[in-house]
Ligand binder design. Structure first.
Ligand code: ARG
Length: 254
């Protein structure tokens, strides 16, 4: 009896292990379509235009998928759920402005970066522009981001307020519930040009980062295929064109 239980338990454990295996590239090719995950609340990188998910990294991922000879399907979920969803095989690839960090690299495999940027201080006052200016101040950031990690390390910050989306963090600054907001420099640039009357002022960059897509840990077949397709599209000018469309400049890593 005990033995049967043990066998069943092993079988269940095995099934569980198999079902959380990421789809290797040849399985994706056989299916003909890749499942991609993003957030959709981080313009101009990933956002909704009506019901359509769009943005720089959405266009990049779709171009890469096509280059790999694949169709694609999108899932948009909260930023927090994206990387863990890779391990659960809910999607094959995530592209949602994740900076490459040693911490995240323990859990996922990153592709080559599709842009280079970093966290920038945004405030409503010319007296809040540097890391030192954040002392005694309340700072808004999106939960789970590299901005949160870096603001936590700034000495003397009075409080770091977490928001489920970057847009909510921005809104908190807009309504003066916080003294500053730390976000991506290109998100800040877009905000300033779209809402010039909001009075947002950009300050120093707190840190720089390389931003890449992620696949489940060790799924190198898929990462290699993505990298090859991305590098070809970068070389032929496709990525540069997409960048110009959303930023009027080249945001790729030099
Ligand atoms: N670049 C930052 C990070 O690595 C923020 C990413 C936020 N992405 C998003 N889709 N809201 O954590």
């Amino acid at each position: 009896m005990k033995k049967i239980f043990a066998t069943v338990a092993t079988a269940v454990a095995l099934c569980a292990a198999v079902s959380v295996q990421a789809r290797p590239f040849d399985a994706i090719q056989k299916a003909g379509s890749i499942n991609m995950g993003s957030e959709g609340q981080y313009a101009p990188f990933n956002f909704f235009k009506g019901k359509t998910l769009t943005g720089y990294e959405i266009d990049v991922a779709e171009a890469v998928a096509k280059k790999m000879g694949l169709k694609y399907e999108w899932k948009a979920v909260g930023f927090d759920a994206l990387l863990t969803g890779l391990a659960q095989d809910r999607w094959d690839l995530v592209i949602a402005s994740h900076g490459i960090t040693p911490e995240r690299e323990k859990a996922v495999t990153f592709t080559v970066p599709h842009y280079c940027s970093g966290g920038q201080i945004v405030s409503l006052s010319p007296s809040i522009k540097t890391a030192a200016d954040l002392a005694g101040k309340v700072v808004a950031v999106q939960t789970g981001t590299s901005y949160l990690d870096h603001v936590k390390k700034v000495p003397g910050v009075k409080e770091v307020k977490n928001f489920p989306t970057d847009e909510a963090a921005r809104a908190a600054l807009g309504s003066k519930r916080v003294d500053a907001w730390v976000t991506d420099r290109f998100v800040a640039k877009e905000m300033l040009s779209k809402t010039p009357k909001a009075g947002f002022i950009t300050g120093d960059m707190l840190f720089i980062e390389q931003v890449a897509a992620a696949v489940s840990k060790g799924n190198t077949g898929l990462a290699d295929a993505y990298n090859k397709a991305f590098n070809e599209l970068k070389a032929d000018g496709t990525i540069g064109k997409i960048s110009q469309k959303y930023f009027q400049e080249d945001v790729t890593c030099k």
